[in-house]
Design a protein around this ligand. Sequence first.
Ligand code: AMP
Length: 356
Amino acid sequence: MSVIPPGSTIGILGGGQLGRMLALAAAPLGYKVHVFAPDGELVASEVSAETTRAGYDDEAALRRFAERVDVVTCEFENVPSHTLAFLEGVRPVRPGHEAFDVAQDRFREKQFVESLGGTPAPYRAVETIADLESAIGELGTPAILKTRRFGYDGKGQIRISSAGEAASAFAELGAAGLILEGFVRFQHEFSILVARCPGGQEQHYSACLNRHDDGILALTTVPATELDPAHIEAATSLVVRIADALNYIGVLACEFFATADGPVFNEMAPRVHNSGHWTIEGAETSQFTQHIRAICGLPLGPVGLTAPRVEMKNLLGRDIDRWPEILADPSASLHLYGKTEAAPGRKMGHVTYRSR
Ligand code: AMP
């Protein structure tokens, strides 16, 4: 088990708010951060020692980057698998490309989870309009047509309410590898975050109860008292099996639907996760610190709650204008990501409330 000691440099692929919060967590442990990202506003770079702006296919830039860091991790789950495999030839990449191969393809992800005893939503692969029509015949409506790859925050998916909507939904998403999911009548949505070290040591956080608006996470509350403890346990045990099967290193987040029959797996993210932002103030060790500890082979920290109840609200678009009132509230902890343009639905920051 190789330890990456404090004083080393952590390379992060991706330059968004998750990278920014990872870099902020790396600093008190004495690590430096080097961000590698192609374009856009790199809010992670503002708090990192170095940045390489280059494409994920630029092997010369990737090699130079890898040679200047001691370990590589991702804050963005759609980094191409071949990029990760290339970097693995130069430096440890944690988590490794296997987790991304699974998480980047909704069909493969569901098959993988089933092979470990988990229950995803009913699903069918769709390549042609005829596939879609027969999948609707089998799964019924409503159903959700999704792209197999590159979907996030509810993007790349269309709800189909009747068989008559098949052609327009298919035309809208294009034929680039789709999946039809049966509609899950859930009572709640929740996520489980597990951290796993190179030696296999694991820690998991209290289950997070999540509310999404228009497919985007709006609110997370902990503890998830509304959920059946047996369902939380079943979901947590599945996430641990997923992490073990992938020999996963770092924080792994899995989202679930809570139904009367038990947890239904929705999707996994091989990285720190928005539903874990509450841990910055609400847990003894934040998910960001935990991820840095795990990928550097340090002992994991404790994960207990620091308050009886913790709530995290995302600040989307112009919600950011509420910062004066949030700062005036002593129970609120404000996090702004430093993004310049508050486009509708864009994650500009979050606020965590701890009950006393
Ligand atoms: P996703 O990007 O796949 O996590 O989907 C975004 C949101 O759409 C989820 O958080 C759910 O609220 C909803 N959703 C996605 N898939 C399903 C499904 N199969 N059944 C019911 N709701 C779904």
